[in-house]
Each structure stands twice: as C-alpha cells, then as structure tokens.
Design a protein. Sequence first.
Length: 327
Amino acid sequence: MVHIWNDPTEVPKDFGATVVTIGNFDGVHRGHQHVLAQLTDTAKRHNIPSVAVTFDPHPALVHRPDSAPELIMGLQDKLDALADTGVDAVLVMKYTLDLAAMTPLEFVRGILLDGLHAAHLVVGHDLRFGAGNAGDVVTMQELGDQLGFSVQVVNEYGAGGFPVHDDGDADRRCSSTWVREALSEGDVVTAAAVLGRPHRMRGEVVHGAARGRDLGFPTANLSHDSTGYVPADGIYAGWLIDQSGTRWPAAISVGSNPTFDGVSRQVEAHVIDRPEENVEDFDLYGQTVAVEFTQRLRGMVAYRGPEALVEQMCLDVAQAHELLGQS
C-alpha cells in the first residue's frame, strides 16, 4: 500500500527516517523511472521508506497559466504510475505562490527534514528548487553537508534504441517535452517508448451527438474535462479500461467530426467485440474510464457523406482489430 499525503503535517510522527526524491513527474516517463528506481534501491539498502514529493497543480499553471504546457496525465494517473515504481509514499504538495516563495533552506528544513525526516535525497541532475529556482544540485549538496543528509545525483536517462523522429536523434534524453511533441504529432508509439507504457486519458463517459450509434458504431465519449494530453486528430487503435478494470479493444477517434461539421474536439472510443448477447447492458455512461492509445491508423478526413464514412470506419475497426491481436 502506498501512503498518499497532501501536507507534511499528515506524515505520521513515528514514520521515521526516509529516502526522498522531488519532481513534477508529469508523465512519470522512463527518465523519471530511472530516478525513482535509484530511490527505491537506496531505500532498500538502508531499510527505510522511500518518498516521492510532487506538486499539484503543476508549477507552470501557477506562474504562467496562459502558456503552461498541457499536462501529459492527471493527478490520479500520476499517483498510480508512481505507485507502480514501488515507492512507499507520495507527498502531494499544493503548489502556491507561498510555497514558491520559500528559500531553498526553508524548503529543505520545513518539508524535507521537519516533515519527512529525510536522511537521504535522490535527485535528478537538473533539480531546481526554492524561490526563483535558486537552488540546484550543488545547493542541495551544500545543505546536506550542513544539515546532515546525503545527496545522490542521478544522471539523465538517454533514449538510445527508442523509436525517434526523423531527426534521428537516438541520444535524446527522455523528457516530458519529448512526450508532448510526439503526442502533438499523433506519434503514440514514440510517446509510449519514452513513457514506458501506452499514453492514456481518463474521464467520464458522457452523452454525445449519437452519430456513431446512428451509423452502427456506438462510441464512449469522454467529457471535455478529462485528464491527459489529447493527441493529434486522427483514428487510433487502443484500449478502453472500464470502471471495473476490464480492458476492451477499441478504435478511438480524436477530432471534431469534419464530415458533420463538428465544432469542438472530441475523444471517443468504439469498443470492438462488445458482448452482443447482452449488449443492452453494456452501458458506460457515467463511468470514469481510461483510454489507451496504441497506434495511429490515419489522420482525420472529411468524407463526402455518411456512406463513405461508414465504409472507412469498417476498415478502421478491422485494422484496429488486427493490430490489437483480437481473434
């Protein structure tokens, strides 16, 4: 069981010494996982708990809301992904201007030492903390020497051997920026390689225009407040994971339905191989589901009419069916 705390005051007084890392961890990609693996290994060597400190909302949303990057994942998916790395606890600090104004020393003393009793710190080489990002790894090492905790700096995690863009940059380091770039191009294969898992969105299934149902392809429409980066418009093969945890193969549409002069972008998943014997009971409305993107099949195209669209949708479903390995 992973402990989730929203404030240092929630840490039990008798929790004892800890090994701590700090980061936004948007995407919890393979670079993050590299740091977190060092964290859990260090915790095992010292036989004390590992703690990841993260922030919500993302600092960029507080400091520059008009230009902040779209988040790769929502908080719940981030917590799930952090739990998958084997950490013992996660402290989700509410990011405010008051927190941002803390000096590096105040942050270390108030949160890492007084709150988490950190005996060891494991950090990425690009660590920045404290007011104006004044603190870096050198600052943290100096504070460790002064205040009695060790600091382990983890080098960046390269991407050698991963699928890459046309620039052929096989040595590019794993980063949230790379994931966003890949998703913005619909390249969910590269995004998955950097993430170490398929990209996913999460949201409530809501009623749409019912055009898919009318055409014979009913879809689960995600609400517009769903979390997770919306990939480039197009048709994708992937999976829908319902509220009970069942994984359903799906053909996923991202876009504005140009054949019908759609206005707003919509993410909707047509579940392949629905249980036809009790299809009337296959009702996802109101459920919070996850949608995973495996491969992009094509871009979004406006067809001359419903008949041409239905013909293409049949081809899309067949291709998704084959790619997902369904019998």
